[in-house]
Design a binder for this molecule. Structure first.
Ligand code: TYD
Length: 206
């Protein structure tokens, strides 16, 4: 049986990932694909620990956070009930909101980037995506969207950090350009314009 495709969305907080993921998944289903939509951090117990840290309830250092994201990601891939691996093997496509690129861009600022990258890329349980779509928008636009839609801000949701995170994403994408299929999409436009670009990219990958 043909394996499913594994597509990851990345972007700054407030870049519109949620909306664009829903639109792509809808389009894929219309075309008769079976799709499993998922996100990191997951709903696992490790995911809960991560969320407490992101909310600022528990203070954790960036190495500790990197390891928690790694453990959550291994679970996300390998668990037999709803792990990414078994869906792909059954021919089901997987669309994931954030993946290891986020660990590189967020934790890779205060933790050693090479260390974070080698933990993730060197782990045989962590599957490499077929496509990563990065929604790139101006920091101010993202910050406005965070302000409007959120009740409170998480530890990374301030302009200064978001600016460093964006730089890190772009730097990491350069480093991975020969080994991964990463596409940067200008997300500072209307929802349908961005969406049709994404569908075009999706079509070119199959
Ligand atoms: P969340 O509120 O769950 O989703 P989003 O902001 O994408 O709608 O936040 C996830 C946060 O976790 C986001 O700020 C990025 C961060 N993160 C990391 O720092 N490292 C990682 O490996 C992942 C997957 C996420």
């Amino acid at each position: 049986m043909e394996k499913g495709k594994f597509i990851v969305f990345e972007g700054l907080d407030g870049s519109g990932k949620g909306t664009q993921i829903n639109l792509l998944v809808e389009e894929m289903k219309k075309r008769g694909r079976r799709v499993y939509q998922t996100a990191e951090p997951t709903e696992s117990s490790t995911g809960g620990m991560i969320r407490d840290a992101l909310a600022g309830f528990v203070k954790r250092d960036e190495y500790e956070l990197s390891a928690l994201f790694l453990a959550d990601r291994i679970f996300h891939n390998a668990n037999p009930k709803n792990g990414i691996k078994q869906f792909l093997e059954r021919g089901i496509d997987v669309v994931c909101d954030r993946y290891y690129y986020s660990s590189f861009a967020y934790q890779g600022i205060d933790a050693d980037l090479d260390w974070v990258m080698s933990l993730n890329l060197g782990c045989p349980e962590i599957i490499r995506p077929d496509l990563c779509i990065f929604l790139d928008a101006d920091i101010d636009i993202c910050d406005d969207r965070i302000g409007k839609n959120r009740f409170s801000r998480e530890i990374y949701e301030n302009k200064e950090t978001q600016c460093m995170v964006r730089q890190r994403f772009l730097e990491v994408f350069k480093r991975l350009e020969n080994s991964e299929n990463i596409r940067i999409v200008n997300a500072a436009r209307g929802i349908s314009e961005v969406s049709s670009d994404i569908i075009e990219i999706y079509d070119s990958v199959k």
